[in-house]
Design a protein around this ligand. Sequence first.
Ligand SMILES: [Zn+2]
Length: 172
Amino acid sequence: MDIQYVDTYELTRAGHEIRGQAPIDQFERLIEDLPDQTDTMVSWTIKGEMDSFGQRFLHVHVVAAPLLECQRCLKPLEWAVDSQNRLQVVNSEAALNVDDGTDADPDDAIERILGSQRLDVLALVEDEIILSLPYVPKHDVCPSLPEPLEEEPESDAVRPSPFAVLDQLKKN
Ligand SMILES: [Zn+2]
């Protein structure tokens, strides 16, 4: 079975679900700026839905474990992606950018994709992973820092010296 392309109209009308997986190194756009990947798999589920108004949706669930570069210690950091998203399938380019009148938080606005009889599943999955990556990835606790960070000489700068305190007392 060809997992690369899917007919969004068929999938949403029938309410079908497709599953697939592929090695992470097939996602070239995702990994081009990332460190060398271990050979983890990316897996996904895409379920079609059509509501009673005839609106079409895809429920996309992607699980992946890309290696990112920690921006603190510059060592690889495995980032667990477990992303669920609901996309509205629209029929025209114009409908992609329609303002649906909810000017609430843009994060709440539903994402739209253009319906297709040959939707590129890997590209869709790849977009979902890319969107879920942190802007500045960091270990919670870095395994090792190249150099211990220099102690800030903050005690001297912040606290007045004992002598300054004595001076102050004498003046009073
Ligand atoms: Zn780190």
